[in-house]
Design a protein around this ligand. Sequence first.
Ligand SMILES: *[C@@H]1O[C@H](CO)[C@@H](O)[C@H](O)[C@H]1NC(C)=O
Ligand SMILES: *[C@@H]1O[C@H](CO)[C@@H](O)[C@H](O)[C@H]1NC(C)=O
Ligand SMILES: *[C@@H]1O[C@H](CO)[C@@H](O)[C@H](O)[C@H]1NC(C)=O
Ligand SMILES: *[C@@H]1O[C@H](CO)[C@@H](O)[C@H](O)[C@H]1NC(C)=O
Ligand SMILES: CC(=O)N[C@H]1CO[C@H](CO)[C@@H](O)[C@@H]1O
Length: 388
Amino acid sequence: MRSIRTRTLLIAGALCVLVLHLCKDFIDHKTINLHAHLENDSGQRISHPIKENPFVYSWPTCQQNLSAANITGFSTLPEAMRDFLYYQHCRHFPLLLDLPNKCGGADRSGEIFLLLVIKSSPGNYERREVLRKTWAKERLHNGAWIRRVFITGVSGVGFEKQRLKKLLQLEQREHNDILQWDFSDTFYNLTLKQIVFLEWMERNCPNARFHLNGDDDVFANTDNMVEYLQGLHDNDGSKHLFTGHLIQNVGPIRSPGSKYFIPVQVQESNQYPPYCGGGGFLLSGYTALVIYNMSKTIPILPIDDVYMGMCLAKAGLSPASHMGVKTAGLYIPSRGLDGYDPCYYREMLLVHRFLPVQMYLMWHRTHEPNLKCNPRKTFGITTQPSRL
Ligand SMILES: *[C@@H]1O[C@H](CO)[C@@H](O)[C@H](O)[C@H]1NC(C)=O
Ligand SMILES: *[C@@H]1O[C@H](CO)[C@@H](O)[C@H](O)[C@H]1NC(C)=O
Ligand SMILES: *[C@@H]1O[C@H](CO)[C@@H](O)[C@H](O)[C@H]1NC(C)=O
Ligand SMILES: *[C@@H]1O[C@H](CO)[C@@H](O)[C@H](O)[C@H]1NC(C)=O
Ligand SMILES: CC(=O)N[C@H]1CO[C@H](CO)[C@@H](O)[C@@H]1O
């Protein structure tokens, strides 16, 4: 009896060692591929060998950087900021939901004129639903293809986390428009979300001509965007373009109570480079690739729109202002007027922020063929790239 049990134990032990050994090989294999990927950023066919590796999306779990706790004043920082510093170096996360054919493959992605890249948190189901029916509908407008992806992480804990994962799987099955990575979908992780998206874009959609990069609570007149972009002198996406609500001559907010608090430990300089408000901005496929290239050597700053400005600055490029993008809302001249009068919005490119019900109404009302507008109510700015 005893000897049988001992033998069973020995066999079980041997099996464990074997399994561990196999796992180690498996991890080594992934690591080698990861290096091939990172060191080969020639922008060329780096995706090729990696695409054939079935484990490409499985990155080794990124470890907390315990030395971050040695930073001066670390213990006085808000908890979310401490958490940010522990994980600041992490840039690769497993992809839980992928869209490898969203752009028809890297080679055919040039057929996409405007790629809508919408940051959304798993719980924002109603926002995604209304966008699918309104401005983010995948369609051909004026001969130009518009495609949509929602970019998300994971949120919730326990059962709630599982439910939200299930929700996104169901949405994916029905709509095929979700990219989800396995990291916490928090405010301070928005820059990370941007970077992992650009990494995905370089592999799966490098030739889409233009991107609208924005939030899921903006009203975006994507028809106007297509027409504006088609009217540009260089409208094939191969030249620099980055335009939106331009913000200049500002710097980090140093009060710990602010949502945008950035301590000196994260950024010493009191100046941010010029950037466009993150509610929504337009950029060319070329500029998106340049930003991705630059991001590889710039430490993550938790504020995503400022970080994009840093990447542009490092590349020697500038963001521009477009008067049709109002990420700080629309100025309505009098209290006696309806702030949701479609005439104010008909010629806009993008306005922040809208509830789903207002989004649905506004999209349909601005598209009514017999909408009559007093010329004083329209801003007359849609298609002119505005001066700085
Ligand atoms: C990105 O960087 C690689 C080299 O690291 C370069 O070959 C490629 O042209 C760059 N892409 C852009 C759009 O700047
Ligand atoms: C920094 O932190 C690590 C890990 O907690 C510790 O081992 C190390 O001694 C610290 N280094 C310094 C310079 O304080
Ligand atoms: C960990 O944090 C320390 C202190 O900020 C930093 O010097 C070091 O480069 C970090 N390590 C990694 C891998 O990012
Ligand atoms: C970002 O996501 C990672 C991975 O889930 C998590 O460990 C980290 O705490 C998150 N960072 C912040 C600042 O929320
Ligand atoms: C490891 C690896 O794949 N290296 C390649 C990186 O790219 C250069 C040029 O594109 C190749 O010559 C290397 O073989």
